[in-house]
Design a protein around this ligand. Structure first.
Ligand code: TMP
Length: 205
């Protein structure tokens, strides 16, 4: 049987990567031997290209294709083989990040960037079985980013407001796939809520 794909999504500073780390350390979860991964990928040709693009003034359309190339490579080399082996894959960011972030950055190029980017993925991507959306107001998330000293060109409040809106719209459109987490709660509560939901999901299959 094909394995299941779980993704973690949210704006910068939403705390999803911290939760991803906690999930990796939780023996109840690791007992299911899930494969933990992320986008952009790390240590790959495409992931390195994305990393360089993010840190420079790269054209937004070029950036979309780099992120998408990285997704293709991620799918081909890791996600699909793991799922075919019956493994559960848990990815920190995935296609919805493209829909939400590039859905905003490409506004100046395209009339309906969100639909355009979704169409670009259709027929070759693997749609997640379960997606956690770590939802938080950008005012709070940017404050968190400041504290950890991380500077991304995507960490601007107005920009993140638009990204958050798209994430919420995506969650509204697919209520069976998305679980929206209130990421303004204390970290332990978020961790507990997500861990319980993941375990319930894993035990069901
Ligand atoms: P990270 O902080 O999760 O490493 O992601 C790096 C940045 O790239 C973050 O600001 C979100 C952004 N991003 C996109 O704009 N599009 C994408 O498809 C992905 C995966 C990330």
């Amino acid at each position: 049987m094909r394995g299941k794909l779980i993704t973690l999504e949210g704006i910068d500073g939403s705390g999803k990567s911290t939760v991803a780390k906690k999930l990796q350390e939780n023996p109840e979860i690791t007992a299911f031997e899930p494969v933990f991964t992320r986008e952009p990928t790390r240590g790959t040709l495409t992931g390195t290209a994305v990393e360089k693009a993010i840190q420079s003034n790269t054209d937004q359309l070029a950036e979309l294709f780099l992120f998408t190339a990285d997704h293709a490579e991620h799918l081909a080399k890791l996600v699909k083989p793991a799922l075919e082996n019956g493994k559960t894959v848990i990815s920190d960011r995935y296609s919805d990040s493209r829909y939400a972030y590039q859905g905003i950055t490409l506004k100046k190029y395209l009339e309906n960037p969100l639909e355009w980017i979704k169409n670009l993925h259709r027929s070759w991507t693997v749609v997640p079985d379960l997606t956690f959306l770590f939802d938080i107001r950008p005012e709070i998330s940017v404050e968190r980013c400041g504290r950890r000293g991380y500077q991304s060109k995507f960490e601007k409040i107005d920009f993140l407001r638009g990204v958050r809106e798209i994430f919420l719209r995506l969650a509204d459109e697919e209520p069976d796939r998305f679980i929206v987490i209130d990421a303004s709660q204390p970290p332990q509560e978020i961790e507990m809520e997500v861990t319980e939901e993941v375990l319930e999901f894993l035990r069901r299959y």
